[in-house]
Design a protein around this ligand. Structure first.
Ligand code: NAD
Ligand code: TDX
Length: 358
């Protein structure tokens, strides 16, 4: 029986991971989900497991030392997996203060409390693990060639990725200084169910369904390397149980695509499947694509070399990109209420301030 402290478990990846672990290990896992429920946190992501006897939700901030201390005091935590973060680059360009607070100060609080309760003399108790969920963005931006490897120097270029890189350095320092059993994972762009529609793929799906244009920043030729969230969750599980303390693992599925390719693919697949659904929109025109003002400092290309986790931990991605996208489109079409709930009110304020007249 392992007790997991999952932070940010009501967000996109954290909720997928929580459900994945409970489904896989069931009564052999106990999950405590600590989440502040920011605009991105949504308890509806966890409806299928909320009544599970081995699941407990705590609303709170990872920066709250008293609260985090009490969680460690009252439970024997085996694993900490930190998903909690401010995660959207565009928001960090508008205002970066909360990014530094949550992503940098928050990790220090979590590390200090884990250290306090896990350390016994000079050593750590056996079988504990602290995994920091980082991102490929910490490596900066690639041109046409090359891949991010674990040894690639950190060179973050926007306030979000800078805060994630700062956290990585702090996490690594706890390994080198205290021998704390940490791992860092750096994954590429995720897609899949429950992703908040400020991110590119759910945003353009939601726009299509609401007869809005698909905004492509700049010339639409920036490249991201996509992975289905389920493949990411499996990789984190493998790192938790088999990752060597102190090591960083890149996670990716070799799906490098220009943003415009993704937009065209989504139009193609939506036009194939929409007639089977009860939506007033039945056809998405290729003219739905609209080029808008570029993101400031827009990173050109991300591409992950994940041979380390493949060779050392025997993980590889399993979900084919085209199949994963179709599955994701169907999920959004079948979960109209989930999408409607989070795209009224505050979301439209954000959307209008970002995109109107862009
Ligand atoms: P998300 O924005 O969907 O979810 C973040 C969650 O953290 C939300 O539930 C939010 O309420 C919670 N949270 C925010 N601040 C908090 C705080 N101070 N205390 C407690 N909870 C707080 O993000 P996501 O896309 O699921 O990303 C999860 C993690 O994975 C992040 O650390 C992100 O940097 C990393 N990551 C994301 C991607 C991606 O493509 N989405 C890729 C690689 C790495
Ligand atoms: O409206 C849009 N139009 C557009 O062209 C949006 C929201 C995005 N884009 C572009 C920008 C990027 O090139 O699409 C690409 C993907 O954008 P995002 O979904 O905002 O992701 P990105 O900036 O690549 O960062 C993501 O991957 C790394 C996650 O948001 C991070 O949390 C993760 O660490």
């Amino acid at each position: 029986m392992k007790t997991y402290l999952i932070t940010g478990g009501a967000g996109f990846i954290g909720s997928n991971f929580t459900s994945y672990i409970l489904k896989k290990y069931d009564k052999n896992s106990m999950i405590i989900n600590l989440d502040k429920l920011t605009y991105a946190g949504n308890l509806n992501n966890l409806k299928s497991i909320e009544k599970h006897t081995n699941y407990k939700f705590i609303k709170g901030d990872i920066c709250d030392e008293t609260l985090v201390d009490s969680i460690f005091k009252n439970h024997t935590i085996d694993y900490v997996i930190n998903f909690a973060a401010e995660s959207h680059v565009d928001r960090s360009i508008m205002d970066s203060s909360i990014f530094t607070k949550t992503n940098v100060l928050g990790i220090q609080v979590l590390l200090d409390k884990a250290k306090k309760y896990w350390q016994s003399g000079e050593c750590f108790k056996p079988n504990k693990k602290f995994v920091q969920i980082s991102t490929d963005e910490v490596y900066g931006s690639l041109d046409r060639d090359g891949y991010f490897r674990e040894e690639t120097p950190l060179s973050p270029r926007n306030p979000y990725s800078a805060s994630k890189a700062a956290a990585d350095l702090i996490v690594n320092s706890y390994y080198h200084t205290h021998k704390m059993p940490i791992n860092i994972t750096r994954c590429s762009n995720n897609y899949g169910p429950y992703q908040f529609p400020e991110k590119f793929i759910p945003l353009i799906i939601n726009n299509c369904l609401n007869n809005r244009k698909m905004p492509l920043y700049g010339d639409g030729k920036n490249i991201r390397d996509w992975i289905h969230v389920e493949d990411h969750c499996r990789a984190i599980d493998v790192v938790l149980s088999h990752g060597k303390p102190g090591e960083t693992y890149n996670i990716g599925a070799h799906n490098e695509k220009e943003n415009i390719e993704i937009a065209k693919l989504i139009i193609k697949y939506l036009n194939e499947i929409l007639p089977n659904y009860n939506y007033s929109t039945k056809y998405i025109s290729p003219d739905s694509i609209e080029f808008v003002k570029d993101r400031k400092g827009h990173d050109k290309r991300y591409a992950i070399d994940s041979s380390k986790i493949k060779n050392q931990l025997n993980w590889h991605s399993e979900i084919d990109f085209n199949e994963g996208i179709i599955k994701t489109l169907k999920w959004y079409l079948e979960n109209e209420n989930w999408l409607k709930d989070i795209t009224s009110g505050e979301y439209m304020k954000y959307y209008n301030s970002m995109y109107n007249g862009r």
